[in-house]
Design a protein around this ligand. Structure first.
Ligand code: SAH
Length: 352
């Protein structure tokens, strides 16, 4: 039994069952035993691979979309170029390379990263050097125009789960059964914040909320409303979360979410409707990642890069293009929501 499992069981013995959010928070970010705090989970040798690790094209096109939005809003200086949960720093590195030729962009950009993991902060420093500032949360971002990217960040934020009862809702909890972690249900209580889910659920259905995601979307939207800017929020999920989407990945395979806290990646589908509603600025339509990248010209970029490749490198480049865009790969599962000022236009790749 892992040390983190023992720690969680002791906590349940002392304080009673815990919410799914408390479990996720401990499993991912416990200061010494958490999944992200103790490792770099990305890539072939890790547990999962993300779009920027698949191809440089992903970050390049995002960089150009954000730079175009900055130009369209008057190229104000200085501005914040921010990333939430930057992993190895690959996406920001690709953004910076692609935007080098945009006049004034680099001179005006102040790069701010929100990252909780010391291990990944060290990786980000290896990739990006000392030109960046790290933050624990968005609270400390400067008050100036904000151009922000978050890829596979919101899916890592702790969710709460509620199962509909005959009158109210039971919160889904994590308890101890036969000496092991097990799901349980809390007492049936009214949940006013779930009233909007009465029309699309029936008894025993599970709905999820992510209070931290809504709070962060509010912070991003408030800065965009007050100082200008744009945000691209990219994740797997849909307009509205349906059912139990908590999942765990280890060695690129799904496992029981309670089996290996601290050594498996725990995520949940992102409820983009909740993000859009929490942000006090305009939002785009929810756009499939494949459509977004095609609109930004990924096919032309792929062909330009292919001209210098042959053999295995060419085959893997073609596979990467397909993996990012094809509806049966990441093209449809992953979605993009853009935030931008009321009365403005959405960043390139997104529409209203
Ligand atoms: N965006 C990167 C990495 C995705 S993995 C990519 O696409 O490759 C999730 C990232 O979010 C990691 O860097 C992780 O350490 C960070 N993270 C998770 N929860 C966080 C939190 N609550 N606050 C800040 N960073 C967090």
């Amino acid at each position: 039994m892992s040390t983190l499992t023992q720690h969680l069981l002791a906590r349940i013995e002392a304080h009673g069952p815990m919410t799914v959010a408390d479990y996720m928070g401990e499993a991912l970010l416990h200061p010494t035993l958490g999944y992200y705090t103790t490792r770099d989970p990305l890539g072939a040798a890790g547990d999962f691979t993300t779009a920027p690790e698949i191809s440089q094209m992903f970050g390049e096109l995002i960089g150009l979309s954000l730079a175009q939005a900055w130009l369209d809003q008057g190229a104000r200086a200085p501005f914040t170029l921010a990333e939430l949960g930057p992993g190895r720093g690959t996406l920001m590195d690709d953004i910076l390379r692609a935007t080098r030729a945009v006049p004034g962009f680099h001179a005006a950009a102040q790069i701010h990263l929100v990252e909780a993991s010391p291990t990944l902060r060290a990786k980000q420093r290896d990739t990006l050097g000392d030109q960046v500032t790290w933050h624990d949360s968005l609270d400390t971002l400067p008050d100036q125009p904000l151009y922000l990217i978050a890829n596979e960040f919101f899916d890592a934020l702790p969710i709460r789960q509620y199962q509909r009862g005959s009158e109210g809702w039971h919160e889904r909890l994590i308890a101890m059964r036969d000496g092991a972690l097990a799901f349980a249900l809390g007492p049936e209580l009214p949940q006013l914040h779930l009233t909007h889910r009465l029309a699309d659920t029936v008894q025993d259905n599970i709905v999820e909320t992510c209070p931290q995601a809504s709070a962060i979307a509010d912070q991003i939207g408030t800065r965009i409303r007050d100082a200008g800017g744009a945000a691209l929020l990219i994740d797997y999920g849909d307009w509205r979360a349906q059912g139990d989407t908590l999942q765990a990945l280890q060695d690129h395979a799904f496992i029981d979410p309670l089996a290996a806290p601290g050594s498996s990646d725990l995520t949940a589908h992102v409820d983009f409707e909740a993000l859009a509603q929490a942000a006090p600025c305009a939002h785009s339509r929810l756009t499939p990642q494949g459509v977004f990248l095609e609109r930004l010209g990924i096919t032309a970029r792929a062909q330009a890069l292919a001209a210098n490749l042959s053999g295995a490198a060419l085959a893997s480049h073609i596979a990467a293009h397909r993996r990012l865009t094809h509806p049966e790969e990441m093209g449809n599962l992953f979605k993009v929501l853009a935030l931008f000022p009321e009365g403005g236009t959405p960043p390139a790749g997104c529409t209203t």
